[in-house]
Design a protein around this ligand. Structure first.
Ligand SMILES: Cc1cc2nc3c(=O)[nH]c(=O)nc-3n(C[C@H](O)[C@H](O)[C@H](O)COP(=O)(O)OP(=O)(O)OC[C@H]3O[C@@H](n4cnc5c(N)ncnc54)[C@H](O)[C@@H]3O)c2cc1C
Length: 637
């Protein structure tokens, strides 16, 4: 497999402009002759579908929720980055680019990250024009706050519900196009197969989740904007429905899967409380602007937080990383929390928790200001824990939150399958081995509003398309594959629910491929997952039929894919024999416990190629070249 990144030549800051000029264009009158399928209506999908339809392409958009108003993007709390430098604190496109490359521990492509930083300002302008109610300062300018891994304030926000407000903007843009007839929307339709004809992506097969009907949709190009796969860990901050099925099925049809082991563990989530918990809740990183993180200095100190005097508290992030303090990046803050808990200084009933304390901020700024900034997050915390964070510190612990890995894409966001584009969290993205806070929304909207509308035209204008007949053998084969998988899942009639398999897989993943990994543990994980998968196919029980709304069936299909994807994640983690960003191999750490990269052997993207059922996939490599930033040891001290 050839991995051609297609990075334009020329100076970094001119690449995107030059590329846009050199792209082939589709004449406005011809655009309606081309059809594009967009799977996903989150920020990346809705933004992309609306923008392409606005240009004149015929778009079909699919999501599994009952409305494009409900994708997981809606859960995003803290904010979206942009290099506007409103605070005059030294921000610039280059600084955002630099922070992102460094934050990702030098495992992202320079050219893509620079473009992301370059279009970040346009995103804010676009969203403001759509009416997104960003927080404003007294004088009327948009307000900013800080997020991890940055020493400037560049995060735009709408209280603690930025994702919801941004999505309302994208959703309205999409609805407008639906109203105009240029987007046909298919809610409650789950894509299960990709159709490839003569080597190019030409359609998808979906299951109508209400009637069970199998439908085929054909087009000239397909865009997947299907989000992240972090629910492979079962317990995660993702919406329960998030899954990896669409990208996994594309992988099995030839799309390379890049860096699957790069998963983000977010430092500030509400700790796990019990064996049967099904979901974890994020407490936004924005809280670290004002909250201070600490644990008792003494091991096993069970006193209530208010009874522990100042001198007996360890504000460990401020101590270990004085320049970034509580805003150290997520991978580093998560590992620090794990370390103090492993030392026996964790708080709460399980000992797997640290305090996020607002006492000082409330004293300094007053309760009203804190309420204005974070009110809904405090309320959410109180509803879940029955503790009032205005009076007692929050208790938090790291949890799975985001996947930096995903389908490999070139500079144009095209996968290794011609005509298959991948946007948002579903691609291997611009975040390298660790994503900085507030950069996912930026990337999803950059891909949807500002990249795909150009690059899709460049592809369509260069290719010739003839209609694919509905009885084409590839179409028939894809339809049959879906029907047979459904039948197989329903026919096992064993004893265990999809949830019980999912929970067991999640435990294996967390233990063997979680916050800290080592060779032995990964090998154990690799031995356990195939056994669990074998049991799944012998002992699964899915009640009901395939001709109705059947959530157990939907879940079973997704778990079946997670059981394969989890194995690839362990394999990728095993073969990347270094530590970088979120991928912390305990064998490779500095004396003070930081990730130790091996640039000589691993300064590359690992892109896995499916070789067939039961066969080991091939690990292809795209070397990463740094011409504009120096490959340095990442330090936040
Ligand atoms: C709790 C939480 C808070 C966050 N806060 C922030 C934040 O403050 N700032 C930030 O930058 N990032 C944040 N993130 C990350 C960010 O929200 C996500 O990375 C981003 O929203 C993903 O957008 P997306 O469009 O790629 O995918 P999603 O929003 O996940 O959308 C995926 C879409 O694909 C559809 N889909 C998936 N599979 C199929 C299929 N097989 N068939 C049909 N449709 C399918 C779904 O229906 C959905 O419409 C947060 C994440 C979480 C979990």
């Amino acid at each position: 497999m050839e991995l051609r990144s297609n990075i334009p030549s020329g100076p970094l800051e001119k690449k995107w402009e030059k590329h846009r000029f050199e792209m082939k264009l589709v004449n406005p009158a011809n655009k309606r002759k081309y059809s594009v399928i967009v799977v996903g209506s989150g920020l990346a999908g809705a933004g992309g579908a609306a923008s392409m339809a606005e240009l004149g392409y015929k778009v079909k958009c699919f999501c599994y929720q009952d409305s494009p108003r409900r994708p997981h993007s809606i859960a995003a709390q803290g904010g979206i980055n942009a290099a506007k430098n409103y605070h005059n604190d030294g921000d610039s496109v280059f600084r955002l680019f630099y922070d992102t490359v460094k934050g990702g521990d030098f495992r992202a492509r320079e050219a893509n990250v620079y473009r992301l930083a370059e279009v970040s300002g346009n995103i804010i302008d676009q969203c403001v024009a759509q009416g997104v109610p960003f927080a404003r300062e007294y004088g009327g300018l948009l307000d900013n706050r800080s997020f991890g891994g940055a020493q400037v304030s560049r995060t735009f926000y709408a209280r603690g519900q930025t994702g919801q407000q941004l999505l309302l903007g994208a959703y309205q843009a999409l609805e407008r196009q639906i109203g105009l007839g240029s987007v046909e929307m298919f809610p409650r339709h789950e894509m299960q197969e990709l159709i490839i004809v003569e080597g190019r992506a030409r359609g998808i097969v979906v299951r109508d989740m209400v009637t069970g009907e199998v439908e085929t949709h054909l087009a000239d190009a397909v865009c997947l904007a299907t989000g992240g796969y972090g629910n492979v860990f079962y317990l995660a901050t993702y919406a329960k429905g998030c899954n990896g099925t669409a990208i996994w099925r594309a992988y099995k049809k030839g799309a390379a899967f890049a860096n699957p082991c790069f998963t983000q563990i977010h430092p500030t989530c509400i700790p796990v409380t019990g064996e049967y918990q099904s979901k974890l809740t994020l407490m936004s990183e924005s809280l670290r602007n004002d909250g201070r993180i600490w644990v008792p200095k003494a091991k096993g100190d069970k006193r209530a937080p208010g009874e522990i005097p100042e001198e007996e508290r360890d504000y460990y992030l401020e101590r270990m990383y004085p320049s970034f303090g509580n805003l150290a990046p997520r991978d580093i803050s998560s590992r620090a929390a794990k370390r103090v808990c492993d030392e026996g200084r964790g708080v709460g009933p399980t000992g797997l928790g640290v305090y996020l304390d607002f006492e000082d901020a409330i004293k300094r700024l007053g309760r009203n200001t804190i309420e204005e900034k974070y009110g809904n997050l405090f309320e959410m915390y109180e509803r879940i824990t029955d503790e009032n964070p205005y009076n007692v510190p929050m208790r938090i612990y790291p949890a799975t939150h985001y996947t930096m890995g995903g389908l490999w894409v070139d500079y144009d966001l095209m996968s290794t399958i011609p005509g298959l584009f991948v946007l948002g969290e579903a691609n291997f993205s611009d975040h390298g081995a660790n994503r900085l806070g507030a950069s996912a929304l930026m990337q999803g909207l950059a891909d949807g509003y500002f990249v795909i509308p150009y690059t899709i035209g460049n592809y369509l204008a260069r290719e010739k398309f003839t209609p694919v007949p509905s009885d084409h053998p590839e179409v028939r084969a894809a339809e049959q594959a879906l029907t047979e998988r459904t039948k197989r899942l329903l026919s096992i009639q064993g004893k265990r629910t999809p949830t019980s398999f999912h929970r067991e897989l999640g435990k294996i993943m967390w233990e063997h491929c979680g916050m800290a990994r080592d060779k032995k543990g990964l090998e154990q994980g690799l031995a356990m997952i195939p056994k669990l998968r074998e049991e799944f196919w012998k002992n699964l029980r899915v009640p009901g039929s395939g001709e109705e709304l059947n959530q157990s069936l939907e879940h079973a299909g997704r778990v079946a894919d997670f059981l394969e994807l989890g194995e690839l994640m362990c394999l990728d983690a095993l073969e990347r024999d270094e530590s970088c960003g979120s991928h912390f191999r305990t064998e490779h750490q500095t004396p003070d416990g930081e990730a130790k990269r091996n640039d000589k052997d691993f300064c590359h993207v690992a892109a896995w190629e499916f070789r067939g059922e039961g066969k080991k996939p091939t690990r292809n490599v795209e070397p990463l070249v740094y011409e504009n930033v120096e490959l340095a040891v990442r330090s936040y001290k």
